[in-house]
Design a protein around this ligand. Structure first.
Ligand SMILES: *Cc1c(COP(=O)(O)O)cnc(C)c1O
Length: 416
């Protein structure tokens, strides 16, 4: 962990620069931490709620209270929080299938959704049981050049059978801006003016606790996210949550288990305490990760690279994109992040042809939870314009170590 003078000087410059942004992030941590603790207190969370259940999991009071605490922490009427959701995609799919019926129409108004959702939406007659295979119509309205929603096109695309409006809050792995909760509120007002019965759904992955409000506090009807991202606080072993209007959450629960059973059954298999404690930790850890993203943006901007969002821009998710000038910079960055991990630091990631991707992809992920991306990780497809996507970091110091290690490697290779 020896850094040269140049790298140390860069660190100090970047931290001085980012100081006001850090103050702002710390205020957001406070608000969200207090909001989460208030939800625990309101529902009188006690040690016995952390007990495990087996079999059907009938009368698992911990599971019931976890749902109530999540709902309050997210400003929603109801929530369904389960380790049985295998991933974010499964959680989002469950929410959409819960609400949509054959003949209905789903309209995404923030452009093409995240890659793993393409197969959930599917194609008519694809035989996979996708939304379109079940005769649910689908359209998406591309974003404008500047990354904002195309309101006139949205108005034209809403059909009489449109039931759900889909919004993706985070940029995912694209160079577009993420949508703030205020912007999502504007989208809700716009579409509800056209038809107040529309159900607005938000893919909230990577967004939780980065701002002081959640989409469900600005009129969104239903949202979903992954517990191995922000709200799991780095320790929930797996799972997802769906939150929003009680009737819609109930329908999603019928889809997760079975009609008539819903959320009243489901053994928690020992995960309850980690899910409570992860939620308690989440506001702080999300703040650490966001500070890490701001730091990365600041140092790479100082070095003349382009970052998105810029270091001083408001944040609404964890993802920090950095555009490098060559494949070698990109690979060195990702390898530096891996080298700074507590887990698997001895492994050197290399680009490989991942199924489903057109270009070789390189990934750094030295994580305690497999694929956990509130933990420091980085991914990059090896293609122009050479963009690395970095996210997470359970501690700010670790984020800094990752970024500085990457820069030291670039310096050692004569790339700076
Ligand atoms: C991560 C993510 C998903 C899907 O999550 P998985 O857990 O990888 O299935 C969906 N949407 C967005 C915006 C995400 O970041």
């Amino acid at each position: 962990m020896e850094f040269g003078e140049k790298v140390m000087a860069l660190m100090e410059r970047a931290e001085r620069l980012a100081e006001p942004a850090y103050r702002q992030i710390e205020r957001t941590i406070d608000r969200n931490q207090w909001k989460v603790i208030a939800a625990f207190q309101k529902h009188k969370v006690s040690d016995f709620h952390f007990a495990s259940s087996t079999g059907y999991g009938y009368n698992d009071r911990g599971r019931e209270v976890l749902d109530l605490v999540y709902a309050d922490a997210l400003g929603a009427e109801a929530a369904l929080v389960r380790p049985h959701f295998v991933s974010g995609t499964h959680t989002i799919g469950t929410a959409l299938f819960g609400v949509l019926r054959p003949g209905d129409h789903l309209l995404y108004i923030t452009g093409k959704p995240y890659d793993t959702l393409h197969k959930v939406i599917g194609k008519p007659g694809d035989g996979t049981g996708s939304l379109q295979d079940y005769s649910i119509g689908y359209d998406e309205v591309p974003l404008l050049e500047d990354g904002s929603p195309d309101y006139p096109a949205i108005a034209r695309a809403i059909q009489p059978n449109t039931k759900v409006i889909g919004i993706q809050r985070s940029r995912g792995y694209s160079w577009r801006p993420s949508f703030t909760v205020a912007q999502i509120g504007e989208m809700v007002r716009f579409v509800k003016e056209i038809n107040p019965a529309l159900v607005v759904f938000v893919d909230n992955c990577y967004g939780e606790f980065t701002e002081e409000q959640e989409p469900t506090e600005v009129g969104v009807d239903l949202m979903a996210g992954s517990l191995i991202k922000n709200p799991g606080g780095g320790i929930a072993p797996s799972g997802g949550y769906i939150a929003g209007r009680a009737d819609l959450v109930e329908r999603a629960a019928y889809r997760l288990t079975a009609p008539g059973i819903g959320g009243e059954v489901g053994a928690m298999l020992g995960a309850t305490r980690s899910m409570f404690q992860g939620l308690f930790l989440a506001p702080h850890l999300v703040g650490q990760a966001v500070k890490g993203s701001v730091f990365a943006a600041a140092v790479f901007e100082e070095l003349g690279f382009t970052s998105h969002p810029r270091w001083g821009a408001p944040r609404t998710d964890l993802i920090q994109a950095i555009r490098f000038t060559s494949a070698e910079h990109l690979i060195t960055f990702v390898q530096g992040i891996q080298k700074a991990s507590a887990v698997d630091s001895h492994v050197v990631p290399e680009p490989w042809d991942m199924p489903g991707y057109e270009h070789p992809v390189i990934m750094a992920a030295g994580t305690f939870i497999q694929g956990g991306s509130l933990e420091l990780s980085a991914d990059a497809p090896i293609r122009e314009p050479f963009i690395a996507y970095m996210q997470g970091g359970l501690t700010y110091s670790h984020c800094k170590l990752g970024v500085l290690t990457a820069i030291q490697h670039m310096e050692d290779k004569g790339l700076l």
